[in-house]
Design a protein around this ligand. Structure first.
Ligand SMILES: *Cc1c(COP(=O)(O)O)cnc(C)c1O
Length: 385
């Protein structure tokens, strides 16, 4: 018996070594502080849970949901886009519900990519861009996000021949892991390129609402011509502390949304309607949630940023996302510095190389722990360095 070659080609799990070391330190009775995972520690707001409880009791919601998503949920997503970005979407043709945005991103490659097609995936980036391309038989190429370009892709570094063979590009701003943000000019440029070279843009907007200092992350659909070439993936996970609920949505080009819906029809049977109704509730009361989480993340960001700066790290203060992207001191690699921190302080961080080769030289610190825990971790790091 053997597994398919497409499975064998998937990259190995990078953090196995670190996890073994974490285990060892825990077994020695030492304290471990995990700043590695990007998963909100704050609870899902009560009013969303209340709505779930209410909807879970209705027998109508116990049956198979609709494939494209509950109409009320798609309408709520469209209204949310209108209010938040000034973008008008047709809820029937330009919106599809997702079992978390990861599910949609992973299945999207199947809609676009034929064997041998080139897909450009942000590097460092969410690993699913690359692995879903591989599963669909495509060829993932790294789209390097470098500090000298403010962590934006530089398309002039690609020969014409590559761009001509490119079918799909995965981008993500506000960016995980670098915390980089973009403005309309960037979207105008990439949309222009997509028209010129006939490729599709998949924009991952998971962190649109996790921002600081009044920054409002734009949607790609705020620029002209995007609707012809792009889809945008959105998640309730990070905005509403709902990672475990598995609910998100994709919006954009009608033909692409139809294709994604068609793939999904053949793979899953949608999201529990009670969860979609909870999503309607959440989307309708976004501002209340942001008024609560923004000050919390801002205090955490300031605390970690200031502590790292005091240690001599050349960090930048992110305008969005709940991550700090930290250059490692000279003499270390991403992995060796993460291991060093773990061994000396018990603090777990994510090595930048977990997000691709261009993450080398960085570690990622996640702000999804309470302020006291972050303060303790920073104190341990300060004492060690
Ligand atoms: C967390 C995350 C997602 C996935 O979120 P879901 O829980 O699947 O909706 C997608 N993209 C990025 C960049 C993320 O960090």
């Amino acid at each position: 018996m053997d597994v398919a070659s497409r499975i064998k080609k998937l990259p190995p799990y990078l953090f196995a070594e670190i996890e073994k070391k974490v285990e060892k330190i825990r077994n020695q009775g030492k304290e471990v502080i995990d700043l590695g995972i990007g998963d909100p520690d704050l609870p899902t707001p009560e009013f969303i849970i209340d709505r779930l409880c209410l909807e879970a009791k209705k027998a109508d919601n116990h049956r198979y949901p609709s494939y494209r998503g509950l109409s009320a949920f798609r309408k709520a997503a469209a209204s949310w886009y209108e209010k938040r970005f000034g973008v008008t979407l047709n809820p029937d043709r330009e919106v599809v519900s997702l079992i978390g945005s990861k599910e949609g991103i992973a299945h999207f490659a199947w809609c676009i990519v034929d064997p041998g097609d080139i897909v450009l995936a942000s590097d460092p980036g969410y690993p699913v861009y690359k692995t879903s391309t591989m599963l669909a038989g495509g060829i993932p190429l790294e789209l390097p996000l470098l500090k000298k370009n403010q962590f934006l892709p530089d398309f002039t570094s690609f020969p014409d021949s590559v761009l001509k063979r490119t079918k799909l590009i995965f981008i993500n701003y506000p960016n995980n892991p670098t915390g980089a943000t973009v403005d309309h000019r960037f979207f105008r440029e990439i949309v222009h390129l997509a028209h010129d070279y006939d490729f599709v843009i998949a924009h991952d907007l998971a962190y649109s609402e996790v921002s600081y200092d009044g920054y409002n992350a734009p949607s790609i659909f705020e620029v002209d011509g995007a609707r012809e070439v792009a889809v945008e993936f959105h998640s309730l996970s990070k905005t509403f502390n709902m990672t475990g609920w598995r609910v998100g949505f994709a919006v954009g080009n009608e033909k692409l949304i139809e294709a994604l819906g068609r793939v999904k029809t053949n793979i899953d049977s949608g999201i529990f309607n009670a969860i979609q109704w909870s999503g309607v509730e959440a989307l309708g009361r976004t501002q209340e949630v942001l008024d609560w989480i923004h000050p919390i993340y801002t205090r955490r960001r300031n605390l970690v940023f200031e502590a790292l700066q005091a240690c001599g790290f050349e960090v930048e203060k992110p305008r969005a996302s709940f991550y700090i992207w930290v250059p490692v001191p000279t003499g270390y690699t991403s992995m060796s510095f993460a291991e060093h921190l773990l061994e000396r302080t018990g603090v777990v961080v994510t090595p930048g190389t977990g997000f691709g080769q261009y993450g080398e030289g960085y570690i990622r610190i996640s702000l999804t722990s309470p302020e006291e825990i972050l303060a303790k971790a920073m104190e341990k790091i300060q004492n060690e360095l």
